[in-house]
Design a protein around this ligand. Structure first.
Ligand code: 13P
Length: 262
């Protein structure tokens, strides 16, 4: 398929994060459009992370396709008096397969800590969901030369206590916060540098098998015009796509990561 600067090629994951967008009718239209456009496609794991409210209908609609469905958050307790929250087992029971945990918007607006993210990832794994665990520095941290420290701390604390088996069922997403929704993408080299750091940490803390096999996605203004370059990097195994996943045409181009014009 692709040449990757002489390194192991892991099966890519391309996940759309719809965030808080779309009515139910629009969500169903987008999901069916993608099902049709991608019916011949099997070169990557494609996932739609939709608002929790739509997980069931989108999962039903995609049940006879290869596209997976994910949520964007969960609560770590299994059940009980936690008004307004949704558990991993609830998500699983309506056809959910993946769940984003620790997205920077949740860290920023809902004060999620690495410890919260760790509990959420473990709850997801216990219920049989694949967590897509996000890390990434804000602009000030990058400008102050603290990217490595910040991302390392997030990785170490968010993955604390996970077994090798759990790690192999986890997807990590590096999303530099300054590149989210801003149109500023990290260059492929900038992104790969952090992916490489994450992989080194995985090797130190969880062993070579985990480091070799865990898929690390890049997120932050991924578009049809830049996905090809990003995907050439040896440690970038896919993308977590926000804005450009809200349109079937642009998401299809990203999923196929064909070389595009600017
Ligand atoms: P954008 O692709 O809109 O920059 O969003 C990235 C993101 O936050 C995906 O989780």
């Amino acid at each position: 398929m692709r040449e990757k600067k002489g390194r192991k090629v892991r099966r890519p994951v391309i996940a759309g994060n719809w965030k808080m967008n779309k009515s139910l009718a629009e969500a169903e239209e987008l999901a069916s459009g993608l099902k049709e456009r991608l019916k011949d496609f099997d070169d990557a794991d494609v996932v739609l992370c939709v608002p929790s409210l739509y997980v069931e209908s989108v999962a039903n609609l995609l049940s006879d396709s290869r596209i997976g469905v994910g949520a964007q958050n969960l609560y770590w307790e299994e059940k009980g008096a936690f008004t307004g929250e949704i558990s991993a087992t609830m998500l699983k029971s309506v056809g959910c397969e993946y769940v984003i945990v620790g997205h920077s918007e949740r860290r920023q607006y809902f004060r999620e800590t690495n410890q919260d993210v760790n509990r959420k990832a473990k709850a997801a794994l216990t219920a049989g969901l694949t967590p897509i665990l996000c890390v990434g520095e804000v602009l000030r941290e990058r400008e102050d030369g603290r990217t490595e420290d910040v991302v390392s701390k997030q990785v170490v604390e968010s993955l604390e206590g996970m077994t090798e088996e759990e790690m192999l069922s986890t997807v990590i997403a590096y999303e530099p916060v300054w590149a989210i929704g801003t149109g500023k993408t990290a260059t492929p080299e900038q992104a790969n540098e952090v992916h490489e750091l994450i992989r080194k940490l995985l090797a130190q803390r969880h062993g070579a098998e985990v480091a070799e096999n865990v898929r690390i996605l890049y997120g932050g203004s991924v578009k049809p015009g830049n996905v090809y370059g990003l995907m050439q990097e040896p440690d970038i195994d896919g993308g977590l796509v926000g804005g450009a996943s809200l349109d079937a045409g642009s998401f299809e181009k990203i999923v196929r990561f064909e070389r595009q014009g600017p």
